[in-house]
Design a protein around this ligand. Structure first.
Ligand code: NAP
Length: 287
């Protein structure tokens, strides 16, 4: 029997628990959103994240900036927010226009307010297994999903398809830590990997973070594998548009022991972890 890991439900429980903790506070955690340009997907993501703030009682401020804003104007705004005591987290929605350096932007955010977990200091802390930074939200959300489903990764072989800085790479670094429930054996595969199928078929846990709709088929899986689908791909068929994952759910689902759906799997957890990181940042400033 295949079990569905219900990210929507788990994320909703995390949000409720956060809400009750935040209600008891005299001042509130604050999260600033910076969004440049008119990309509809980016606007939709920020809207969902703002909704999460509203539901949990996190104060949020949004800065919608023109596509032609200069890099310096953006960096100045980040510096201002770095100093703002009401703001504990700063999120600059990616992707950025080509004339703005993503590296400069990430490195300008104070690492203590980098609730996305992209700053090199936080990436380094995640790699070292240190808990006093911010884990990047998507890999962190995947860890929490596996924990909620009571899946102990000790000794399991996890194969991650994709090596991006925001998903694949940090996820592997987190799963390999010498800590209870982790201790996984990790293999990364990517577009240059030879015989991708062979590697995937050896996975106890297969994570798909590729960005290609329905890339993972039954032929990739060992029977009973646990499948985590990170993909968010918009596809249009018969004039209807919908979101699908990197895994062909219908093809694979009766072959796995556990699987995350898309939508309703990793996506809601990413937002829940952003809210948790903001709360954590608030607590760290109060210390
Ligand atoms: P990305 O930066 O584009 O990285 C994609 C990775 O997939 C790269 O490492 C690439 O290999 C690899 N890849 C591409 N084609 C491949 C192929 N044919 N065979 C093997 N590997 C291949 O993407 P990302 O930011 O990690 O995102 C991945 C997916 O997750 C996207 O659908 C994105 O929308 C989604 N996502 C979801 C969430 C969420 O909250 N659920 C959050 C972030 C991202 P190379 O390195 O060799 O190019």
């Amino acid at each position: 029997m295949t079990e569905l890991i219900d990210g929507k439900q788990i994320a909703s429980e995390i949000r409720l628990s956060l809400k009750s903790k935040i209600e008891k506070l005299t001042s509130k955690p604050g999260l600033a959103f910076i969004l440049i340009g008119n990309d509809p997907a980016s606007h939709a993501y920020v809207k969902m994240k703002k909704k999460g703030c509203l539901e949990t009682g996190i104060h949020s401020e949004s800065f919608f900036l023109d596509q032609n804003i200069t890099e310096q104007e953006l960096l100045d705004l980040i510096q201002k927010l770095n100093k703002d005591p009401k703001i504990h987290g700063i999120l600059v929605q990616q992707p950025l226009p080509n004339h703005i350096s993503s590296k400069k932007v990430i490195e300008t955010i104070n690492a203590k307010k980098d609730v996305d977990g992209f700053h090199p200091i936080n990436v380094g802390k995640a790699l070292l297994g240190e808990e006093d930074g911010f884990f990047p939200c998507t890999p962190f959300g995947i860890l929490r999903l596996l924990k909620a489903a009571n899946i102990d990764l000790t000794g399991k072989h996890v194969v991650i398809i994709g090596r991006s800085n925001i998903v694949g790479k940090p996820l592997g670094a987190m799963l390999i830590q010498k800590k209870p429930f982790l201790n996984a054996t990790v293999t990364y595969v990517h577009s240059k990997t030879k015989d991708l199928h062979m590697h995937c078929k050896m996975a106890d846990v297969l994570v798909a973070a590729i960005g290609i709709a329905h890339f993972v088929k039954k032929s990739f899986l060992k029977p009973g594998a646990i499948v985590i689908d990170v993909g968010i791909n918009r596809v249009t068929s018969e004039e209807k548009s919908r979101i699908v994952g990197d895994v062909d759910f219908d093809d694979v689902h009766d072959m796995c022991s556990y699987i995350t759906p898309v939508p309703g799997g990793v996506g809601p957890m990413t937002i829940a972890m952003l809210l948790e990181n903001t709360y954590k940042s608030f607590l760290m400033t109060c210390d």
